[in-house]
Design a protein around this ligand. Structure first.
Ligand code: PSU
Ligand code: MN
Length: 305
């Protein structure tokens, strides 16, 4: 029986019913991760890119009391225009939004939950949430991490931004049994840069290798997989410039007493503002790159099924 809160677009439902590749896409990146109008343009380009690489895109959000799987262009524009006014929807926000009918943009955690309910196994985004710097005192750990521990979706991302404590993020994933794969790299990627100095659990050189690990993962136990796909070399940013912007953003957040779910959007917006157009170009390029890889992985996974 279909889930009573789930509303799957017919094209997506058809693809899933016929074992055709589908790629889930998140909406926090639209509402909170990029400025308007680039956010809307990028979301539409990412969908087109998934299609060009042979899969059906399913952008996910909470709309009118439903978990929507597959949005219209008008719905994507609505999310992008409303921007930060849209509720950022992680696991704990979903029931509140469903009950009230408010508009919600799903994070990695929120998107994974809805994708899994719909039967979508592969999800492309930009950056993962993680353990924040200073989490020893603040306990600020993104709900993305416990979601990866329990929900059977592969998240194709460019690693995580070093607004986070990357070594602790990888420790958390290890403790909770989440494999971290490096696509054509031995290192965990750090969003704007291809390297972090931290090793992944396994390097994969082809989408078929990734799909084989996903199949084995889900034969054993439910839970997610991180596929870290480094930013294309031509778009990677100088580490010094990024580190300086991140240090400034972190000190601004501290000075303003930003806390809770506002922390990540605040840091993302500050880093974007401090690094100007370069980081937005990099951000758009890496999301497109992840969409292409996710479509290829979804295609290989469908072949194995
Ligand atoms: N990191 C980015 N870009 C993003 C996010 C994180 O580089 O857009 C978003 C994602 O939606 C992610 C969320 O799931 O922020 C994490 O928020 P929090 O730390 O509050 O869990
Ligand atoms: Mn947080």
């Amino acid at each position: 029986m279909p889930h009573s809160y789930l509303d799957v677009q017919p094209e997506v439902a058809h693809a899933l019913a016929h074992n055709q590749p589908v790629v889930a896409l998140e909406s926090t990146i639209i509402a909170h991760g990029m400025p308007y109008p680039e956010n809307v343009q990028t979301a539409l380009r990412v969908e087109a890119h998934v299609r060009a690489h042979g899969a059906v895109p399913a952008t996910i959000a909470v709309l009118n009391g439903k978990l929507k799987v597959g949005l219209t262009a008008a719905e994507i524009a609505q999310l992008g225009q409303a921007g930060p006014q849209v509720v950022k929807a992680s696991r704990r926000d979903l029931p509140l939004l469903l009950a009230t009918g408010a508009l919600g943009a799903t994070t990695v955690a929120g998107t994974m939950i809805v994708a899994a309910l719909a039967g979508i196994r592969v999800f492309a985004t930009g950056g993962l949430g993680g353990v924040h710097r200073g989490a020893q005192a603040t306990m600020d750990i993104s709900a993305d991490l416990p979601e990866l521990a329990q929900t059977p979706v592969a998240v194709v991302c460019a690693g995580a931004k070093s607004i986070l404590d990357l070594p602790l993020t990888l420790e958390y994933l290890e403790t909770h049994g989440v494999p971290v794969l490096g696509f054509q790299t031995n290192e965990f990627s750090a969003f704007f840069t291809r390297e972090s100095g931290l090793p992944v659990d396994m390097r994969c050189d082809t989408p078929a290798q990734v799909a084989a690990i996903l199949r084995a993962r889900w034969a054993l136990k439910h839970g997610g997989v991180v596929v870290a796909n480094p930013i294309p070399a031509g778009l990677a940013m100088p580490r010094d410039a990024i580190d300086a912007a991140i240090a400034q953003a972190l000190s601004d957040a501290l000075a303003r007493g930003v806390s809770g779910k506002a922390v990540t959007p605040f840091l993302l917006a500050r880093v974007n503002a401090l690094t100007g157009g370069d980081s937005l170009t990099a951000n758009i390029g890496l999301v497109l790159n992840n969409a292409a890889l996710a479509a290829a992985v979804a295609t290989e996974l469908a072949r194995l099924a």
